[in-house]
Every structure is written in C-alpha cells, then in structure tokens.
Design a protein around this ligand. Structure first.
Ligand code: PBG
Length: 324
C-alpha cells in the first residue's frame, strides 16, 4: 500500500494546522482608505456608482476620520467645477481643498498616515492629468513643475506621503527635488508606478469629477497588454527616488504585481480600484456572492501576489470584518 505517500490533505485537516501553515495574512495594518474632500460645509454625498463611498466637506471629513479604522488614508480633492481652469491653479492653492482637509484631519488624528493623490485631473477644466499643448496633447515637461509645487503645498499642510498618479515621465524626480528644496526631505513618495489605462476607473471619475472632456489617457497611462513595459516604467520610478511603488488596478494585474515583487526591494502597494469595488458591491447587492468572504479573498490574493499595502474602498469595513 502506501499510495499516495504524499497526502496534501494532512496539512488541511484542522483549522489550527491550516492557520499555522498560512503563508499570507491580511491585517488592518495593510489597508489604506481613499477619501474624497469637497469644498463648502456640512456636505456629504454618496457616489452613485460606488454605494457606501462618500464625498465629504472638510468639517465632515474631520469627524469621519476620528473613527476611521485603517492606519492610513489616501486623500483626493474634488473642487467645484467653476474652480477649474486650464492650468489647474486651484491645485496649487495653499488654502485649497486638500491642504485644508489635511490640516483638519491632522488636528484630530496625530497617528493617521496621510497620503495625498498628486494629479491635476480633478483641477483642470479639460480633465486631463497635465497641462495641454496648443495641439491638445498633454505637455509632460510643463506639467512637472506644477506637480512639484503641488507636492510642496501638500507637504506644507502635513502630508506624510505624496502619491503621484499622472504617469508623467520624470515626475518622481521632479517631485523629490521640489520637496527637498522646500525642506520636506522627510515626506515620502508612493508612486503610481505601473498605472494602466483601465476601464476599471470608470466609477472613480464619477466620484472625483475627473473624466477627460475629450480623448482618453492612453497617451500617458500603460497599455493593458504590456507587462515588460510596466516593470521598466516602475523601476524608473525607483531610480528617480520613489520610496514606494504601486500597481493599479489590482486583481486584473496581479501578474504585474508578482513580477515587480521580484524586481525591487521597495515596498509595494496595489490599488483595488473603483470598478473592482463596484463589481463586488453589485454582485453582493443582488445576493450572488457573499460580500465579506469575496472581498477578504480578493484582498488576500493581492497580498499573496506581493503587496505590502492595499488601497481599497473596503478598507474601513474590512478592518471590522478582520476583527469580528
Ligand atoms: C487620478 C486618479 C485616478 C484614479 C486614482 N487617481 C483616475 C484616472 O486615472 O483616471 C482611479 C482610482 C479608482 O478607479 O478607484 N489620475
């Protein structure tokens, strides 16, 4: 007898054995919660395409962050339409929506890691991630200077980490130089290093009012077909001085995350994006999947692929599920 000699099921027999053999774990310390800041006061709007996700005015955000479970937040500004212009001027305002939100949140929570999204798309009247040339292309080099100043404004207001998401070439180097020049050597850069041109961002553009008026972002974001190019782009960000690299979206790009894990020693984060959230909530609403189980499995799969941290609209609820 003796066949089969190797029985995989021995290690799966009891819960205690299974837990001891667990290779990957998910904890609240892995999670980063995206938050959207609105101008004005006493405003709270649920995002139509993202049930359970809200845009808050600064005073409400201040209350909200008191009870926030995850240890970190990623902050997006959602300025009014009439504050937008071709040069994204409101993104550089030291008293703009993000700096005010940062100060308010910091006054409540010394411990919370405050990360800011650094991109112009919510501040330009055309919705692209940079300044445009006369022929309507995104002007890479002119945009760098604005991003550097925006980073200084966020750092001044208390950001721990800035997260450039515009996929401009050279942005990490430009932002690092601008931060250092202003004496913010301690502010880190979490770069959206491998950010794909993805339809999974659809619901976010509704949340942040940041859809481009014309064209798309394929001139600056990565093509979904390209894995080698993604690694090359991400490693350039490391060379330019990024402290932390991100892959985005999450589940459809776990191969890129796993590849990048082998190529760098920097910490990695992954963005479980709006379209992924929308799919899970919709299926759960219809009773077709168990939301808690499928969400925790999705997040665990990202850790298994190599993520140190996960940005997810489920961050707050997942903390509750993990404790419960
Ligand atoms: C800004 C930005 C986007 C997202 C994060 N930062 C949208 C985009 O590139 O159009 C998407 C996040 C999500 O879908 O949850 N450039």
């Amino acid at each position: 007898m003796g066949f089969p000699r190797t029985r995989m099921r021995r290690l799966r027999r009891t819960r205690a054995i299974r837990e001891m053999c667990g290779e990957t774990r998910l904890s609240r310390n892995d999670l980063i919660m995206p938050l959207f800041a609105l101008p004005g006061e006493d405003r709270e709007e649920e995002v139509d395409s993202l049930p359970g996700v809200y845009r808050h005015s600064v005073d409400r955000l201040q209350q909200r962050c008191r009870s926030l479970n995850p240890p970190a937040a990623l902050l997006f500004g959602v300025p009014d339409e009439d504050a937008k212009d071709a040069r994204a001027s409101s993104a550089l305002d030291a008293d703009g929506i993000v700096p005010r939100a940062l100060r308010a949140m910091r006054s409540q929570r010394e411990d919370l890691c405050l990360i800011t999204d650094l991109c112009l798309c919510a501040y330009t009247d055309h919705g692209h991630c940079g300044m445009l040339t006369d022929s309507g292309e995104v002007d890479n080099d002119a945009t760098l200077e604005l991003l550097g100043r925006m980073a200084q404004v966020h750092a001044e207001a208390g950001a721990d980490i800035v997260a450039p998401s515009g996929m401009m070439d050279g942005q990490v180097r430009a932002i690092r130089a601008a931060l250092d020049e202003a004496g913010h050597e301690d502010v880190g850069i979490m770069s959206y290093a491998a950010k794909f041109c993805s339809s999974f961002y659809g619901p976010f553009r509704d949340a942040a009012h940041s859809a481009p008026d014309f064209g798309d972002r394929s001139g600056y974001q990565l093509a979904p077909a390209n894995r080698r190019e993604a690694i090359r782009d991400a490693l350039l960000d490391e060379e330019e001085g990024a402290d932390w690299l991100m892959v985005k979206p999450g589940m459809p790009y776990l191969d890129v995350l796993a590849d990048l894990r082998r190529e760098t020693r920097l910490p990695l984060s992954v963005y479980h994006v709006s379209g992924e959230y929308a799919m899970l909530t919709s299926a759960a609403e219809k009773g077709r999947i168990n939301e808690r189980e499928t969400v925790l499995e999705s997040l665990l799969s990202m850790k298994r692929a190599g993520a140190d941290a996960i940005i997810t609209y489920y961050a707050d609820r997942a903390c509750g599920w993990l404790e419960g």
